[in-house]
Design a protein around this ligand. Structure first.
Ligand code: NAG
Ligand code: NAG
Ligand code: NAG
Ligand code: NAG
Ligand code: NAG
Ligand code: NAG
Ligand code: NAG
Ligand code: NAG
Ligand code: NAG
Length: 351
């Protein structure tokens, strides 16, 4: 295994996330429908394809969330040990050979939210855990969980795989909207892995080294932007791939409200973990498991937060839930930006 972090990236690829995440759609559909006969044959509890979801009310729920399918591409998500709070996991095999500039799916697990929604400033601890692997091909781990350990970066590079691995959280001032990813006014992502060169919204703002926070033994950089719902998106990007993650992430939340980027009383109502898949010229399997969540509400501790970088502007409060522009205008703007970026292919920039 070798480190994934790459310094110089083609400018065209930098646009991937901007042009992709801006189009993020609902991924909250839940139906128990699944191809159970196929699932049973392969040793899985359920197989979900397209945008279908699955939940047995035992805690975790799962969603294939292939919300932006393209051409010959496809994705299915197979659930293993579905009802086990400690051993649940999934394998999502996808193939997105077209439209490399956009996210096509976000196969994910949704964590149980017994003690949420909760105001950001009333979260004492928010421990999140997950483990993941990614390999080229269609890897089934239903009869051999040890296969899940693989992370074949060279093999993924051979097929041009582009994807991130991330926690995805949704928030809003309104308790009901805070529990719906489509209606929520704020989104906070924590990227713990990157394959290929996916980039977060706002990567090109020039302040990549301005807003950072150490968590555990890793450092995260903050990027901000607006998605197509005009929701404010805050993306914490780890500078190192973390194949297993088990941390109290509340310092990353605290950074946002103590620095006045998000109001302290905004409510956190959805927490997911998965992988935004952009492109691969062959099958890729993303596997995930070892999920855990612990929420403790009440007075937050006063974490020591990293100082804002030298010569960096003080962060400005985002203006979520502003009046959306007419849809056609946003489409034109996004199209123009993506076209500009496509034309700029070849210019490397430092990240
Ligand atoms: C998980 O699922 C696999 C395959 O169905 C099975 O062999 C294993 O016993 C399960 N583990 C637990 C802890 O249920
Ligand atoms: C979220 O809101 C959208 C738009 O109103 C709605 O279609 C969808 O059913 C809601 N999802 C859930 C899980 O309530
Ligand atoms: C919930 O979100 C929708 C869509 O943004 C918005 O129209 C509605 O006013 C919100 N509801 C509340 C109570 O904020
Ligand atoms: C994180 O940043 C701190 C402060 O700049 C540095 O001392 C530390 O080595 C970094 N850790 C990693 C894992 O990069
Ligand atoms: C890709 O995955 C699909 C679904 O698992 C499978 O049917 C197909 O044979 C795989 N293709 C290759 C080349 O492995
Ligand atoms: C903060 O959390 C505590 C502990 O769960 C709860 O009693 C209190 O009502 C919460 N405060 C607010 C403002 O939500
Ligand atoms: C948190 O601690 C810092 C220094 O460690 C201090 O400057 C700041 O005022 C404290 N904030 C609160 C709200 O207690
Ligand atoms: C980063 O810089 C841009 C201007 O280049 C600014 O609009 C944005 O607010 C900055 N980000 C933060 C978190 O302050
Ligand atoms: C989003 O909200 C901002 C802040 O008010 C506004 O200026 C902008 O026009 C909106 N953008 C879109 C695409 O709706």
């Amino acid at each position: 295994m070798r480190p994934i972090y790459r310094i110089v990236v083609p400018f065209s690829i930098l646009a991937l996330h901007s042009c992709g995440a801006t189009a993020k759609k609902s991924h909250s559909s839940t139906s128990a429908k699944a191809d159970d006969s196929t699932a049973a044959t392969n040793g899985y509890d359920a197989v979900l394809c397209g945008v279908s979801g699955w939940s047995d009310n035992s805690g975790y729920s799962f969603n294939a969330d292939a919300w932006n399918p393209q051409g010959d591409g496809y994705q299915c998500l197979s659930i293993i040990n579905a009802s086990s709070p400690t051993d649940a996991g999934f394998d999502a095999t996808w193939y997105w050979p077209d439209d490399p500039g956009n996210v096509h799916s976000f196969p994910h697990v949704t964590y149980p939210l017994t003690d949420l929604p909760s105001a950001l400033s009333n979260i004492t601890t928010l421990r999140l855990a997950a483990g993941w692997a990614m390999t080229p091909g269609s890897v089934s781990t239903a009869r051999g969980l040890e296969k899940r350990a693989a992370f074949d970066l060279d093999g993924l590079e051979d097929i041009g795989a582009t994807a991130n691995v991330a926690f995805d959280m949704f928030l809003d001032e309104d308790p009901e909207n805070s529990t719906n990813a489509t209606l929520a006014g704020y989104e906070i992502m924590i990227w713990i892995g990157r394959v290929g060169t996916p980039y977060p919204l706002g990567y090109d703002s020039g302040n990549a080294s301005c807003y950072t926070q150490q968590l555990g033994s890793f450092n995260f950089s903050l990027f901000t932007g607006l998605n197509s719902h005009n929701a404010s998106v805050f993306t914490w990007v780890s500078t190192t791939d973390q194949l297993t993650f088990d941390e109290d992430i509340s310092p990353l939340l605290q950074y946002l409200w103590r620095n006045d980027l998000v109001s302290a009383d905004v409510l956190l109502g959805v927490i997911e973990f998965g992988s935004e898949a952009y492109y691969a010229s062959g099958n890729v399997t993303f596997s995930a498991g070892q999920f855990a969540i612990d929420v403790l509400n009440g007075d937050p501790p006063n974490f020591s937060l990293d100082a804002i970088g030298k010569d960096c502007p003080k962060p400005k409060k985002s203006n979520a839930k502003a009046k959306a522009r007419p849809a056609e205008l946003s489409v034109v703007v996004v199209f123009a930006i993506c076209t500009f970026v496509a034309l700029s292919q070849g210019n490397g920039i430092l990240f």
